[in-house]
Design a protein around this ligand. Structure first.
Ligand code: BF8
Length: 674
C-alpha cells in the first residue's frame, strides 16, 4: 500500500491496458508505452482525477473576485437554493454561463474551420492558386440556390446555364459573407423543414451571422451581464444553429465542391494500417485543405520513387481524428486511430512524420515524439507548439503543393533515422465509408424516385425502427471505445440504423461495424434484411464532425420524403455522443436539440450542480423545439433511452403497429397460418 502511495506521489501509477480500452491494438500499445517508460493519456487519467466542482458545472472564474464555487450541499437542496457567488450569481447562472462558453468555443472551432475552407474556395474560384480547382460542379450547382446565387441567366428571352466559374466566385462571396454580414439571417436556415424554421422564428433564435453569435456569448457571459439562465440558453441556441446550419454546413458543402462529394468506398482502420517497410505519414487534426495536397503529393510517382531511393518500399499515408475522416471519405486513406490513439501511433516507432493542423491535438505529442525519430510538424498559424523538436511549416494555400511536397520529403528523408524497435500492432478492420445525403438517396432511395422514399417506406413498415446519429469523441474517463460500441450494437440489434461521424465512426470501423457483412451478425432481422438487400453497412460513416451537418440534411430529406411527420422532431430518431469530451460536442448537442432531436450524452454533463438549469435543458426545451438533452453513464441505458424515444415517436406517428407486424418471428407466423 505504501509502495503504491509512493508510486502515485511520483506520478508512476500506470494505466491497466485491459481496463483502459476494449481495442486490442490499443491494449498492446499501452503495454508497450509502459515497457518503454513513455507516459500517455491513459496513465495521466489514472493519476489525475477530475475536479468534482467543475464536473457539476458550478465553478465561476469569469472575474477575479473568484473563482467562486457553489457545490451542492450533501443530500441536495431543501427549500430555497441560497447558493451565491460574490456578485450574487446563482448556480443556474454560473452553470448556464459555463455551458454557453462551451457552445461558443465549439461553434467557433467548427465555423473558423469553415471560414478557412471558404477562403481557399475563394482563391480557387478566382484561380489565384494552382493547387485547388472546383472538383464537383454538380454540387456547386445544387448548393448555389441555397446561397441565393443564380445558376442560369436570361439571354434574349432564353434561359441559359450560367458560367460555373462565375457561380463559384459568387458562391464564395456569399458564403464568406455569412460570417460577418450586417443584416438579415443565415441563408441556410431555410434549408430546414418549414415548421422548424418557424419555431426558430417564434422563439427568436435565428442566427444573424456566424461570428456575431459567438461574440454575443462571450459578451453576455462576462461578469455582470446576462443573469437569466433561460436567456443565456436562448443565445446558446442561436450560436449553435450558426454552427450546425452555418459554419459546419458551409464547411461540408464547400469541401465537397472543392475536393469532391464522398461516395462509398472501401478502406481499413486501426493502427495496423501503418506499414513497417513504408514511410508512414499521419495527418491529424481537422481542416482538409493541406491534407488534400499531402494525399496528392504522397501518391505521386516522383515521391514514391524518392521513398524507394531512401530505402522504403513506398509511402503509407494514414490519419487520426477528423482529418482522417476527411481524407478517408474522399480518397480511402485509412484512419490509423481515433482521438485516444494519437500518442500510440508515434509509440509504434514507425511514424516518420505526424502532420497536425487544428483541434484535438494533444500537447503531449511533442514529448512522445521526442522519444522517437518522428517529425512532428505543425502547419497552422493558430496552432503552434513550444517544444524545440516540433517543426513548424506554415501552410499557405497559394503555395499548397510546395508546402505539401516539403512535408512529404521531410518524412521520406526521416525514414532512415528510425531508432527504436518498430511495433505496429497487427490489427486492422475493413470498412466501407464515404456516405452522405446524396449516397443515402442513391442507395436507399431507389433509382427511379431519387428521393428518400424507400428509406421512409422501410421506417414506416418497421423493418427500420428508427434512425440514430451516434457521433463524437473518445474520453479517457471512459473505457476507450466501449460505450460507442455497446450503444451502437444495441441500436442495430433493435433495427435502428446508425449514422455516424467523427471519432465515433472511426471506432465503429475499428470494431468491424462498417461492413455490409456485419449486418447479419449484429442487426435485428428488419435492418439486416435492408442492409443485405441494398448492400450497405448498418452503420453509415458520414464523415468528420463538421459533417454532422449531413445528418441534419439527411433528416430533412426524410421529412421531405413524407409519411413521417412534418418536422425533424416528428421522426423516430435520436442523437448520441457516448464518449464526448470536446466543447465542439456541446455545440453539436445543442444544435441537434434545437433542431428537434432527443440527444443523449454519455459520461457527465457539467450542470448537475444546477438542477433547475439542467431541468430546463432536459425537459423544458422539448416544449419549444421538440428536442431535449439527456445524460447517462450506463451505455445500455443510453441505448434504451434512445430506443424508447424512437418508439414514442413511432406511436405518435401511428406506425407502431406496423412494426409489431413486421417483427413476427417464424413461430408467430406458423401460429397465424395454423
Ligand atoms: O471534431 S470526435 S475527438 S476529432 S471533437 Fe475531436 Fe471529438 Fe474526435 Fe473531430 Ni469531433
Amino acid at each position: 500500500m505504501a509502495e503504491e502511495k509512493e508510486k502515485v506521489e511520483k506520478g508512476l501509477k500506470l494505466a491497466d491496458p485491459i481496463e483502459s480500452t476494449i481495442d486490442i491494438s490499443t491494449q498492446e500499445m499501452i503495454a508497450r508505452s509502459h515497457k518503454l517508460g513513455i507516459e500517455t493519456v491513459f496513465d495521466r487519467a489514472v493519476n489525475m482525477k477530475p475536479c468534482n466542482i467543475g464536473l457539476q458545472g458550478i465553478c465561476c472564474k469569469n472575474c477575479a473576485m473568484g473563482p467562486c464555487r457553489l457545490p451542492l450541499p450533501k443530500g441536495g437542496i431543501e427549500g430555497e437554493d441560497t447558493r451565491k457567488g460574490l456578485c450574487g450569481a446563482t448556480a443556474n447562472t454560473i452553470a448556464a454561463r459555463n455551458f454557453a462558453r462551451m457552445v461558443a468555443a465549439g461553434a467557433a472551432a467548427h465555423s473558423d474551420h469553415g471560414r478557412s475552407v471558404a477562403e481557399v474556395f475563394m482563391a480557387a474560384a478566382k484561380k489565384k492558386t494552382n493547387a485547388y480547382k472546383i472538383k464537383d460542379t454538380e454540387k456547386l450547382i445544387a448548393v448555389a440556390p441555397h446561397l441565393n446565387v443564380a445558376t442560369t441567366v436570361e439571354v434574349d428571352g432564353k434561359t441559359l446555364d450560367r458560367d460555373t466559374d462565375e457561380i463559384a466566385v459568387e458562391v464564395a462571396e456569399k458564403a464568406l459573407n455569412e460570417w460577418g454580414k450586417m443584416e438579415g439571417e443565415l441563408l441556410y436556415l431555410k434549408r430546414a423543414p418549414k415548421p422548424l424554421y418557424e419555431k426558430w422564428e417564434k422563439y427568436g433564435v435565428k442566427p444573424r451571422n456566424i461570428d456575431r453569435e459567438i461574440v454575443d456569448i462571450m459578451h453576455r457571459t462576462h461578469m455582470g451581464v446576462d443573469q437569466d439562465y433561460k436567456n443565456i440558453v436562448k443565445q446558446c441556441s442561436r450560436a449553435s444553429l450558426a454552427d450546425g446550419w452555418g459554419g459546419s454546413m458551409l464547411a461540408t458543402d464547400l469541401q465537397d465542391i472543392l475536393f469532391g462529394t464522398p461516395s462509398p468506398l472501401q478502406s481499413e482502420a486501426n493502427l495496423g494500417v501503418m506499414k513497417k517497410d513504408h514511410v508512414n505519414i499521419i495527418v491529424h487534426g481537422h481542416e482538409p485543405v493541406l491534407s488534400e495536397m499531402i494525399v496528392a503529393v504522397a501518391q505521386s510517382q516522383e515521391m514514391i520513387d524518392y521513398a524507394k531511393q531512401n530505402g522504403a518500399a513506398g509511402i503509407q499515408l494514414s490519419g487520426i481524428c477528423c482529418t482522417a475522416n476527411e481524407v478517408l471519405q474522399r480518397h480511402g486513406v485509412p484512419p490509423a486511430g481515433n482521438y485516444l490513439q494519437q500518442e500510440l501511433a508515434i509509440i509504434t516507432g514507425a511514424c516518420d512524420a505526424m502532420v497536425v493542423d487544428v483541434q484535438c491535438i494533444f500537447q503531449n505529442l511533442a514529448n512522445v515524439a521526442k522519444c522517437f525519430h518522428t517529425k512532428l510538424i505543425t502547419t497552422h498559424p493558430m496552432a503552434k507548439m513550444e517544444q524545440e523538436n516540433v517543426v513548424h511549416i506554415q501552410f499557405d494555400e497559394h503555395y499548397a503543393l510546395e508546402d505539401a511536397t516539403r512535408i512529404v520529403k521531410m518524412a521520406i528523408e526521416n525514414f532512415q533515422n528510425r531508432k527504436a524497435d518498430i511495433m505496429i500492432p497487427p490489427y486492422k478492420s475493413p470498412q466501407i465509408a464515404g456516405f452522405g445525403v446524396e449516397s443515402i438517396r442513391y442507395h436507399l432511395g431507389g433509382t427511379f424516385r431519387g428521393t428518400y422514399y424507400t428509406l421512409n417506406d422501410n421506417i414506416i413498415n418497421g423493418r427500420i425502427r428508427g434512425i440514430a446519429g451516434v457521433v463524437g469523441c473518445n474520453n479517457a474517463r471512459t473505457k476507450h471505445n466501449e460505450h460507442h460500441i455497446t450503444i451502437i450494437k444495441e441500436l442495430i440489434k433493435n433495427d435502428v440504423i446508425v449514422l455516424s461521424t467523427g471519432c465515433s465512426a472511426i471506432t465503429a470501423a475499428i470494431h468491424g461495424l462498417l461492413t455490409p457483412e456485419s449486418a447479419a451478425v449484429y442487426c435485428g432481422p428488419g435492418l439486416a434484411e435492408i442492409c443485405e438487400t441494398v448492400g450497405i453497412p448498418p452503420v453509415l460513416h458520414l464523415g468528420s464532425c463538421v459533417d454532422n451537418s449531413r445528418i441534419l440534411l439527411a433528416a430533412t430529406e426524410v421529412v421531405k420524403a413524407g409519411g413521417l411527420g412534418n418536422d425533424i422532431s416528428d421522426l423516430p430518431a435520436a442523437g448520441s455522443a457516448p464518449e464526448w469530451m470536446s466543447e465542439k460536442a456541446i455545440a453539436i448537442g445543442h444544435y441537434f436539440v434545437t433542431s428537434g432531436v432527443y440527444t443523449v450524452f454519455g459520461g457527465n454533463l457539467p450542470m448537475s450542480g444546477a438542477p433547475v438549469f439542467q431541468k430546463y435543458l432536459f425537459e423544458e426545451m422539448e416544449k419549444m423545439y421538440g428536442g431535449k438533452w439527456d445524460v447517462t453513464e450506463d451505455p445500455m441505458e443510453h441505448a434504451h433511452k434512445m430506443i424508447a424515444h424512437i418508439d414514442k415517436k413511432r406511436k405518435e406517428l401511428g406506425i407502431d403497429k406496423a412494426r409489431e407486424r413486421v417483427l413476427m418471428d417464424m413461430a408467430d407466423r406458423q401460429k397465424l397460418e395454423a
